[in-house]
Design a protein around this ligand. Structure first.
Ligand code: ME8
Length: 665
């Protein structure tokens, strides 16, 4: 009895000693539907969380919604809704998206949670009492979409350094966080430790912010009221970042109620986000924690962007790709695979439907799906599904080499996941899948069956089933459906909870069955057309892109007849291009200053693929002069330059023979 108790207690202690791992996504603005950019971060964190859980860690995975601030208040007002009702609806939709994507989050924080609001108000008061928050007057620039204040020197070409959009002058009384006091400690944190990753982000932070001097940060606003009020001065609302960043500790109970989770999981092992909010996580968040005397997170990881047509996919730009549509058509595993494999974790990646569909066909259907289908079918055909472990002596040198590679795989994948290089980890797993497919071609089981070499055939099929078992085991954190089906349905084995059996030769015998394929091969041309149709329907046929994010070839269309009067409604003029430059962050755009005979205008055109900016200076062009101005990548374009567009889609500017100001008719 005593011995049993001792064993029980030591087991319990071992359980208590389990290493913890706390990982977070940003809390997403509850201001619109999320897109595959948000899915990217959340799926990456999910793969890491699932991997760590299976690797023996006690994981806490947090995501949530950022529900206060001007942006949310404006979005609610535009829909005629009360902000709380508006964010309730969006939070439900976001939770439904994470359920669809099989996200295994342990917590979901909303900044409108009462405990969070109380904790943030207390944090604010403590910082004020300590002197790290003080009241003063703010004069400077404000970017409304980013809800960020900037000094003149931080602007890039007079625009917001984060999103490239116009900023407004702002002057108001507000509270400031004394960031300057902690600037040296923050610099050391960034430059002398591996707190911020990847390395390229450190340079961005040091060059763009720290070297320019860290000023104190305005942390309250009086121009809107949808937010947490400053407890001792309620006309001020706590500005979004000071409300949002502490979610990472309030979700664990810090500052309100039971803080056992905080004691257990803090400091955070890994905050993950895209590069545009690395500044807040690597400079402002450590400042707040230093001021509160709370240990700092261990790692902040800023990944790249998913671009769409060369531009960041974003809710406010409307160029979103809808994950519900993609998962409806291709399943969760396929979208998770594409996101996890295709993006170089750290750099940007361009999304195209073509790339998604090719990855599904080539890797998921062809390589993985075919390996499983062929092997299970052969095991059924030749051995009625019963395949036993061969004697060691039955293995050839090539079998052994393959077995050793499979046994080593878990260590290689672990090393990549620790960095974290998720795409590389998947590449290694798929390398073994490729090797297994080649093993089939090399050993030709059908020929062995024909010549009656049953023993060799058993060894070959066993080797393949072991390969499938190991890769399916390692795929469990990445793909949530098919690998489970391989175990439960195909191999007739329980789904593993860890990686302990990821060594070749562990299985004594298999009793296999055939399973539903992961997906049938896609007809890419047909799918592209379908996605484009959905995108058009969603968009009421107004624009070319959105929805499922499709692109089509443009066919020259015959437009309806118009009268000469209709034609003369268009003011066409000759202009001279005086200046021309590339638009940062938009690969296709050039920004020109043109003279129209009366004044200079700024014109943004999608011609960067066809011209170098300097080639155009001094040339004439045909301008649609009475077109309503439109904002492109934050720049107001005051007209449009006419182009001839051939079959290859390359635009060629029309150069009229005339002088600036001449009418074209
Ligand atoms: O910034 N490519 O919320 P948000 C890759 N509430 N990742 C993308 C992406 C893209 N095109 N678009 C969005 C906020 N993301 C704040 C955060 S945290 C204390 C407060 C992902 O809804 C990426 O993780 O604008 C990015 O950092 C985040 O969504 C921004 O989400």
């Amino acid at each position: 009895m005593i011995i049993l108790n001792l064993i029980g207690r030591s087991r319990l202690m071992a359980k208590e000693r389990k290493k913890t791992f706390y990982i977070t996504t940003p809390i997403y603005y509850a201001s619109g539907a999320l897109h595959i950019g948000h899915c990217y971060t959340t799926v990456c964190c999910d793969a890491i969380a699932r991997f760590k859980r299976m690797d023996g860690f006690d994981v806490y995975y947090l995501t949530g919604t950022d529900e206060h601030g001007q942006k949310v208040q404006t979005a609610a007002a535009e829909r005629g809704l009360d902000p709380q009702a508006f964010v309730d609806g969006l939070a439900d939709r976001i939770k439904a998206l994470w359920a669809r994507m099989d996200i295994s989050n342990d917590g979901f924080i909303r900044t409108t949670d009462a405990e969070h609001e109380k904790a943030v108000a207390d944090i604010f008061t403590r910082l004020y009492e300590k002197g790290d928050i003080y009241k003063s007057k703010y004069t400077g620039k404000y970017c409304e979409p980013c809800e960020s204040f900037w000094t003149e020197s931080q602007l890039v070409d007079g625009k917001c350094p984060d999103c490239g959009r116009e900023v407004k002058n702002a002057e108001e009384e507000c509270y400031f966080l004394r960031v300057s006091k902690y600037a040296d400690r923050v610099r050391k944190l960034l430059t002398e430790t591996d707190f911020l990753q990847p390395e390229s982000r450190v340079k961005e932070m040091v060059n763009n912010f720290i070297d320019k001097g860290l000023g104190d940060l305005a942390v309250t606003r009086t121009s809107f009221d949808w937010g947490i009020k400053v407890p001792f001065d309620p006309k001020h609302v706590i500005y979004v970042w000071i409300d949002a960043l502490p979610n990472y500790i309030t979700a664990l109970g810090y500052g309100a109620g039971d803080k056992s989770k905080f004691d257990k999981y803090w400091p955070c092992d890994m905050h993950v986000m895209a590069k545009e909010i690395v500044r807040f996580h690597s400079i402002i968040w450590p400042t707040i924690l230093m001021a509160l005397d709370i240990p700092l997170p261990k790692r902040v990881y800023g990944h790249g962007w998913i671009l769409f047509d060369g531009d960041k996919m974003s809710k406010s730009k409307g160029n979103v790709v809808d994950p519900f549509i993609l998962t409806d058509r291709y399943g969760v595993d396929a979208l998770r695979y594409y996101l996890l494999r295709a993006m170089p974790f750290g750099d940007d990646m361009s999304y195209t439907n073509e790339a998604l569909l090719s990855a599904i066909n080539n890797d998921v259907v062809n390589d993985l799906g075919n390996l499983v289908r062929r092997t299970l079918a052969m095991s059924r055909q030749y051995f009625d599904g019963k395949v036993t472990k061969p004697a060691a002596g039955a293995m050839t040198a090539d079998d052994k080499e393959f077995g050793e590679r499979l046994t080593a795989l878990v260590g290689e994948v672990r090393a990549d996941m620790d960095k974290p290089l998720i795409g590389k980890a998947l590449e290694k797993i798929f390398g073994c899948i490729d090797r297994a497919n080649k093993y089939i071609d090399l050993n030709k089981p059908w020929a062995l069956a024909k010549s009656g070499e049953t023993e060799r055939l058993n060894t070959v099929i066993y080797t393949l089933l072991e390969a499938i078992r190991i890769v399916a085991n390692l795929l469990l954190p990445f793909l949530t459906k098919y690998p489970r089906r391989i175990f439960e349905g195909g191999l007739g084995l329980p789904v593993p909870a860890d990686f302990k059996d990821c060594a070749f030769g562990k299985t004594k015998s298999f009793a296999t069955s055939e399973i539903e394929p992961i997906l049938n091969r896609l007809d890419i041309k047909k799918e592209l057309a379908e996605l484009e149709k959905i995108a058009d329907e969603q968009n009421g046929g107004k624009e070319k892109k959105t929805g499922a994010g499709g692109k089509t070839e443009e066919k020259p269309e015959v437009k309806k007849e118009i009268s000469i009067d209709d034609f003369f409604e268009t003011d066409l003029r000759v202009v001279v291009i005086e200046k021309c430059e590339k638009v940062e962050k938009a690969k296709k755009l050039l920004c020109s200053t043109v003279f129209d005979g009366e004044r200079r205008r700024t014109i943004v055109s999608g011609i960067a693929n066809a011209y170098k900016p300097e080639e155009l200076v001094g040339k004439t062009a045909a301008l649609v002069a009475n077109l309503k101005p439109a904002k492109l990548c934050g720049i107001v374009s005051e007209g449009m330059l006419l182009c001839a567009v051939g079959e290859d889609g390359t635009p060629r500017l029309i150069h009229p023979d005339g002088k600036a100001g001449d009418k074209i008719c």
